[in-house]
Design a protein around this ligand. Structure first.
Ligand SMILES: NC(=O)c1ccc[n+]([C@@H]2O[C@H](COP(=O)([O-])OP(=O)(O)OC[C@H]3O[C@@H](n4cnc5c(N)ncnc54)[C@H](O)[C@@H]3O)[C@@H](O)[C@H]2O)c1
Length: 283
């Protein structure tokens, strides 16, 4: 099967990045969100990223226009009627994702592969709301998408081998490196990363050190490019909380309990960089 037209659902930080790399690889991309202004915000981010590439001599102004020309706004999931692949990157919430997948299953043609960029929710459960579980797969991009090389490719219980192969090949055309992972809570990346971030939040909560000190220890001591609290702000504290809850519920092990301070920040609407305030404040 050949993928030529893609729909990306959700034009937030991940969806806009995924749409950008798909368009840069020459795919026609429908960028879908609930409202036109949310799509425009996503397109604005893509425009800015591409302009930076032009300034740095990584692409010409003409190439930038060609990429932008491949991006088509959509506020209606029924636009999936003529796409070969949908990559869903809406919020990390099972109820919302289930509704989206049930609708996509209705609107998309039989051959269309439905992928989710979920950070931690079970692909098998998302697939079960469709009549095509063999064509449902996880494509877990890393943030920021245009920069990070990895895509975790998650096989659900029913994912067909052929579908896995198509997605592995497609990922390579995006100049990304696919890594195969089975469907367990948090997959590999977030099963290892998120408990570390949660522990850093506990360290702050218990007054072991200041936020700056915690980040400094992990940067200078462990050679991490950014500290765990800064990283949590970049990921989004709501997303971090969803992932910890998924690990906690999925494994039934209290070692994954989310830190009360993380819950408090999310309840306050301090979601990190995207809302201007998380552990740190942003312009
Ligand atoms: N932030 C990260 O670092 C990161 C990394 C990898 C994967 N993810 C996953 O990617 C997904 C998106 O995360 P994000 O950080 O881009 O979130 P975000 O909040 O920036 O964007 C989510 C977008 O989805 C839209 N949306 C919500 N419901 C929708 C619907 N029914 N139909 C269409 N659009 C809808 C919202 O309007 C918003 O624009 C989540 O599943 C998250 O777990 C996030």
């Amino acid at each position: 099967m050949n993928v030529s037209k893609v729909m990306v659902v959700g034009a937030g930080q991940m969806g806009s990045g995924i749409a950008q790399v798909c368009a840069q690889a020459g795919y026609q991309v429908l960028l879908n969100d609930l409202k036109q202004e949310l799509i425009e915000r996503g397109l604005g981010v893509i425009n800015k990223n591409l302009s930076r590439n032009v300034e740095k001599g990584r692409m010409t102004a003409e190439e930038k226009q060609d990429v932008l020309g491949l991006l088509i706004p959509s506020t209606d999931l029924s636009d999936a009627k003529d796409v070969d692949l949908v990559i869903e990157a809406a919020v990390e919430n099972m109820e919302i994702k289930s509704k989206i997948f049930a609708q996509l299953d209705e609107f998309a043609p039989a051959h269309t592969i439905l992928a989710s960029n979920t950070s931690s929710l079970p692909i098998t459960e998302i697939a079960a709301v469709t009549k095509r579980p063999e064509k449902v797969i996880g494509m877990h991009f890393m943030n920021p998408v245009p920069v990070m090389k990895l895509v975790e490719i998650i096989r659900g219980l029913a994912t067909a081998d052929e579908v896995y192969q198509v997605i592995e090949e497609m990922t390579k055309t995006l100049k990304k490196v696919p890594v195969e992972v089975n469907d367990f809570p948090g997959f590999v990346s977030n099963r290892v990363l998120m408990p570390m971030i949660n522990e850093a939040i506990y360290t702050l909560y218990e007054g072991v050190a200041t936020k700056e000190a915690i980040d400094e220890v992990m940067k200078l001591g462990m050679n991490h490019p950014m500290g765990p609290l800064t990283l949590a702000d970049f990921i989004g504290l709501d997303t971090c909380l969803y992932i910890m809850e998924t690990l906690h519920e999925g494994f039934g092990d209290d070692k994954y309990r989310p830190c009360p301070l993380l819950r408090k920040y999310v309840k306050a609407g301090w979601l990190g960089k995207k809302t201007g305030r998380g552990f740190y404040t942003y312009e």
